[in-house]
Design a protein around this ligand. Structure first.
Ligand SMILES: Nc1nc2c(c(=O)[nH]1)N[C@H]1C(S)=C(S)[C@@H](COP(=O)(O)O)O[C@H]1N2
Ligand SMILES: [Mo]
Length: 395
């Protein structure tokens, strides 16, 4: 109750420009409308809330995406949180509820490094518009990035709290406040308990991350603490994390119970019937050449990224490119590290003829799942993973 009151009060103060922190609570300040970090290398899709993605050629520059080139996806205003008063609570179906400050978290549970790709479920949304316009942030294919995250293991924290019998889901709640249809609520969601506890050297588990690419998280990416759920859509990696609740039910938060579902009609019955999206799908995109590039010569170097499905244990087996509309396909060469839950970079040289009109890419996993030629249209434009096509102008 106290923290809810202080949150509302700070929202009020923040909007009148008076900065005030309450001691012993998470009391965020709120960043003004112009939140774009000054050094960013992103295309801004919406300013309020801030949503931005890099151009596709940027994705190729580094296997670990620099923070300045890492997409930002916010549903509300990013809260600016005072780390000194910050506390994380863990409650619900646990033997011993915990309240932990940032330094307590690190001292008790250590810092572990996990490299994982984050991608928004709405990445490539604009490709659905070819069938019928989809509302929402109009993402090209840049709402994806690979970072080195550091933090405490979620599984260690949950084990310390002691999971009670009957527990099935782990809820996360952020400190942002989102207003939709007259109601204000935090961003949140949940993951199955099995995923929250899974952790092996090959398939790294979930983190309560304080660091991104060797530095404290930036405000935009969730300072001072966020979850990282390798293999799951970005929405499950909750930023500005304030609360973890263990439950026998999935989270009732809007972003788990209603949003982030693949539906073809927007009725309460259809929403209820659809399961929440957890894993991201197998995907690959061409990052160079750019769409409608003027190209000449007999051979062309094509480069891009590919990401296996977020299902544990799957990896990319092949990435293939076609320069003749899909009649013939050529295998590409992997040019980056290959790790579970991480994208990889690939490159290939294809023959260029005056008949070449476009390039296509598709990938196959080690368990023989292939990308579909097209992803069936859905109302909210999630999980697009059809063959990526880049048109060319050959001279
Ligand atoms: N608290 C909070 N967490 C959040 C969000 C948000 O709006 N609020 N957006 C989610 C979504 S939809 C995605 S794709 C990722 C994006 O993480 P990034 O902005 O660090 O790239 O954060 C997730 N975590
Ligand atoms: Mo997202």
């Amino acid at each position: 109750m106290l923290s809810q009151l202080s949150r509302r009060d700070c929202l009020k103060w923040g909007s009148t420009g008076i900065g005030l922190y309450l001691i012993g609570s998470n009391s965020p300040q709120w960043l003004a409308a112009q939140q774009v970090p000054p050094d960013h290398q992103l295309i801004v899709r919406t300013e309020t809330p801030l949503n931005a993605e890099p151009s596709l050629d940027k994705l190729l520059e580094h296997w670990i995406t620099p923070t300045a080139a890492f997409f930002i996806r916010n549903h509300g205003t990013a809260p600016k949180i005072d780390a000194k008063g910050y506390k994380l609570t863990i409650d619900g179906l646990v033997e011993k509820p915990l309240t932990l400050g940032l330094s307590e978290l690190t001292e008790q549970f250590g810092l572990h490094s996990v490299t994982a790709t984050l991608t928004c479920s709405g990445n490539r949304r604009t490709e659905f518009n070819r069938v019928k316009k989809v509302p929402g942030v109009q993402w090209d294919a840049g709402a994806i990035g690979n970072a080195e995250w550091r933090g405490s293991r979620l599984s260690d924290v949950l084990k310390k709290a002691g999971i009670k019998p009957g527990a099935k889901h782990v809820w996360f709640e952020g400190l942002d406040e989102i207003t939709e249809k007259g109601e204000t609520f935090p961003f949140g969601g949940s993951i199955p308990l099995e995923k929250a506890l899974a952790d092996t050297p090959a398939a790294p588990g979930c983190l309560l991350a304080t660091m991104m690419n060797g530095k404290p998280l930036t405000t935009e990416h969730g300072y001072p603490l966020r979850t990282i759920v390798p293999g799951f859509i970005g929405a499950r990696s909750v930023k500005w994390l304030s609360k973890i609740t263990v439950s026998d039910q999935p989270s009732p938060n809007h972003y788990l119970a209603h949003a982030y579902k693949v539906i073809t009609e927007d009725t309460p019955a259809a929403v209820d019937a659809a399961p929440p999206i957890y894993e991201y799908p197998l995907n690959s995109i061409i990052c160079s050449p750019a769409p409608n590039a003027m190209v000449s010569g007999e051979r062309l170097t094509v480069r891009g990224v590919a990401l296996s499905s977020g299902r544990t244990g799957t990896r990319i087996k092949t990435v293939e490119v076609s320069a003749d509309g899909g009649s013939t396909w050529q295998s590409t060469r992997i040019t980056s590290p290959i790790r579970d839950f991480c994208w990889l970079h690939w490159s290939v040289e294809v023959p260029l003829t005056p008949q070449t009109q476009s390039l296509l890419v598709r990938a196959v996993t080690t368990d023989d799942e292939s990308q579909p030629q097209e992803t069936p249209w859905n109302m909210k434009g999630y999980q697009y993973n059809g063959w990526h096509k880049v048109d060319l102008k050959v001279s």
